[in-house]
Design a protein. Structure first.
Length: 114
């Protein structure tokens, strides 16, 4: 059974930083693209960042230059380093394994106060 477990969310002031982690079990990890998405109240879920098995990355325009996605294949873990956080970054952040059928974590809340 594939499981994705996020951690690292919390409450932070604007301008602060957080690092999210997503630990994957039950699946080969290194060959799959991993991603982070987020969903704010009343809004659709949106893609934040992707990282391929080879380490290529893509970011939403709204987070470029502030967020960094990375992975540690030895630990089956993907990270999202978030710097210079803004109130608009407030959302539930979800980890995703991109496969023929995607797998998702349960989400972790990030709240940025102004």
């Amino acid at each position: 059974q594939v499981r994705l477990v996020e951690s690292g969310g919390g409450l932070v002031q604007a301008g602060g930083s957080l690092r999210l982690s997503c630990a994957v079990s039950g699946s080969i990890f290194s060959i799959y693209t991993m991603g982070w998405s987020r969903q704010a109240p009343g809004k659709q879920r949106e893609l934040v960042a992707l990282i391929s098995g080879g380490g290529s990355t893509n970011y939403a325009d709204s987070v470029k230059g502030r967020f960094t996605i990375s992975r540690d294949n030895a630990k089956n873990t993907v990270y999202l380093q978030m710097n210079n956080l803004k109130p608009d970054d407030t959302a539930v952040y979800y980890c995703r394994m991109v496969r023929s059928t995607d797998y998702w974590g349960q989400g972790t809340q990030v709240t940025v106060s102004s």
